[in-house]
Design a protein around this ligand. Structure first.
Ligand code: ZN
Length: 243
């Protein structure tokens, strides 16, 4: 079984009527429900208002893939928790950053760049193009799929060059955006997926659910270590006669 933890800031669902109307149960609950229907996936959720953001070391140790959704309160995630997530990825945990999680602390620490982008909120249609049809994350997705309304995210996106680009988003205003990007950091796999603005029912879309489910299976750790070693080995590999 792949053990997934879905982390959500879970703030605007409780404070903004336009968000509550779409996700009364919280974005994390919707994602956990569709992933939980898979026979090979078990899910738990965690939110910002829990002690240690719901991510104490023992939870991360039992998490194969961590999914992250945040928007307005990135900076309330304590440094210790953000660095703990970064370290877990370097040791092998998979990490999926959704939509506005491009500015989350763990994602920025893993990327090492600002992760800034251009954006506007006009509810444009987005066409999500598959640019790597053979990639595991694109399986079951046609050449493209349309989302009737989405927040526009546009280039330039200040990220390191992805190891693999899987999706490009095009908006009816003419913008394009690298909407599905893969990286490796240490032993961990990272996927950024752009769709998911909180005022549109993006995570109820079957194509989006398929992509996230595929990404969980792709990001499952190949190897996982408690920590990355940095030993002083003292002796050379080759022995030399003493002079
Ligand atoms: Zn948004």
């Amino acid at each position: 079984m792949i053990r997934v933890t879905v982390w959500n800031e879970f703030y605007h669902e409780k404070t903004e009527e336009s968000v509550r109307a779409v996700y009364p149960e919280g974005i994390h609950t919707v994602i956990a429900e569709f992933l939980g229907r898979q026979e090979d996936i078990t899910v738990r959720t965690a939110t910002l208002d829990q002690p240690e953001c719901g991510l104490p070391p023992e939870v991360l140790a039992q998490t194969d893939v961590l999914i992250w959704w945040g928007h307005a309160r990135h900076w309330e995630v304590p440094e210790e928790v953000a660095r703990r997530v970064q370290e877990a990825v370097l040791c092998g945990m998979g990490f999926i950053a959704l939509h506005s999680a491009h500015h989350s602390k763990p994602f920025r620490y893993l990327m090492g760049t600002t992760c800034n982008l251009s954006w506007r909120e006009d509810g444009d249609m987005e066409r999500v193009w598959v640019v790597a049809p053979d990639h595991p994350i694109a399986q079951g997705i046609d050449r493209y799929f349309d989302l009737p309304h989405e927040e526009t995210y546009a280039e330039a996106f200040d990220i390191p060059e992805p190891d693999k680009l899987v999706f490009i988003g095009w908006y009816e205003g003419g913008e394009v955006f690298r909407s599905g990007c893969c990286w490796r950091r240490g032993r961990g796999k990272i996927f950024y997926f752009q769709p998911g603005h909180e005022t549109f029912p993006i995570y109820r879309d079957s194509r989006v659910q398929r992509v996230i489910t595929n990404a969980v299976r792709w990001a499952e750790p190949e190897t996982r270590v408690p920590e990355v070693p940095c030993p002083n080995v003292q002796k050379p590999v080759l022995k030399f006669d003493e002079q």
